[in-house]
Design a protein around this ligand. Sequence first.
Ligand SMILES: NC(=O)c1ccc[n+]([C@@H]2O[C@H](COP(=O)([O-])OP(=O)(O)OC[C@H]3O[C@@H](n4cnc5c(N)ncnc54)[C@H](OP(=O)(O)O)[C@@H]3O)[C@@H](O)[C@H]2O)c1
Length: 206
Amino acid sequence: MRIGILGTGNVARTIATELVDTGHDVLLGSREPDGRTGPGLTFVTHAKAVAHGEVIVNATPGDVSLPLLRRIGADALADKVLLDIAIGFNEDWTLTHPGTSLGELIQEEFPYTHVVKTLCTMDSTAMVNPTGLEGPSTVFLSGDDWAAKQTVGQLLGDLGWPESYQLDLGGIRTARGQEHYALLFIGIALTTGSFGFNIKVVPQRA
Ligand SMILES: NC(=O)c1ccc[n+]([C@@H]2O[C@H](COP(=O)([O-])OP(=O)(O)OC[C@H]3O[C@@H](n4cnc5c(N)ncnc54)[C@H](OP(=O)(O)O)[C@@H]3O)[C@@H](O)[C@H]2O)c1
């Protein structure tokens, strides 16, 4: 699949490397593509990455994602699947979109783009190596478009997430649960001294 990634940081490179390794055609979009290098990775402008991708991955800081998407433009993003991993934080680690979510705001402003929020409830190492954790865990999907969630589900499979690990929470409004969980995630990480964990939804015994 042709994939355009917005951002060239920790998450973008981790996801890009795994997607390239599993046979996808990936371009990373940067503000300064000429200054970026990485093994097996190709860096271009945001416009080129978006034009290239059937799926666009948002791996930019959540407080700048909306202005960036506005600059790219609704026409360029129309009919694309936007796999949104971003969370907006203020300097004091409070959320930039309390009471709602970045995922919902993007969907509202770009109605012809199919936003699917996922992968934002864990550290980047777990995003591409769920079997490196001590047991099965859960990755969540939120989005209004069923077909887009199917596409993202397949990509999650390529990143190592079997279908049985994937939990579709429903429409994009549920993205706020994923984003707001970041506050608990940080609390757990600071308390345990490690970012290398994930959560699992454990049902009651029958
Ligand atoms: N790190 C994690 O484990 C993790 C886990 C869950 C969710 N997330 C979320 O995933 C997103 C990416 O996280 P990250 O750790 O990869 O961040 P990062 O390492 O800081 O990378 C973000 C990238 O976005 C681009 N960028 C920065 N400022 C920008 C601006 N003003 N306008 C446009 N592009 C800009 C930069 O690429 P260029 O300089 O090349 O343009 C930068 O490399 C964030 O929203 C974060 O909250 C991260």
